[in-house]
Design a protein around this ligand. Structure first.
Ligand code: ZN
Length: 155
């Protein structure tokens, strides 16, 4: 199949992708590439269940390289005016769980809300009160998610 044809198909297409690798191939912002194996496996199962239930869910940002995160951090500091304010939304690469491959940002909102309600089945939890899209594997499958912290700076 032509790559260009695949790239033309977005994640919201009628034939939804069912795994992160395919998700990356069809041109969504990110897949499970570079994620810790336990997170990738847990998310893939969650996404599959979401699809079965007709809920749209995909990764908007997963693993980020050190340089990608550094670039985001630099932009955030410029945008928010100070490291103290910027770190509420973006962390520098040495502190980011995206760089360590242990965090995913998901969308759209409907899918994220579904994952917040159901993710603990696979150990996936929303971790920041100010980021409805950010999830990490911070409990065991079927466990209880720890209370959210206010924001990334609170960690
Ligand atoms: Zn995130």
């Amino acid at each position: 199949m032509a790559v260009t044809a695949l790239l033309a198909v977005g994640p919201a297409a009628a034939d939804p992708v069912t795994d992160g690798a395919s998700s990356a191939e069809v041109g969504s912002a990110a897949g499970t590439y570079g994620l810790a194996p336990d997170l990738a496996a847990a998310y893939s199962l969650a996404e599959q269940e979401a699809r079965w239930q007709g809920v749209p869910l995909w990764i908007t940002s997963g693993y980020r390289s050190w340089s990608e995160q550094q670039s985001m951090w630099d932009s955030a500091v410029a945008q928010y005016g100070s490291p103290a304010e910027a770190q509420r939304w973006v962390l520098p690469p040495d502190r980011s769980t995206h760089v360590s491959g242990t965090a995913i940002d998901v969308g759209p909102y409907e899918g994220a809300a579904w994952l917040e309600a159901n993710g603990s089945t696979w150990g996936l939890c929303r971790t920041y009160a100010n980021e409805w899209w950010h999830f990490e594997r911070v409990t065991v499958p079927g466990g209880t998610c720890p209370p959210m912290v206010a924001d990334a700076a609170s960690r």
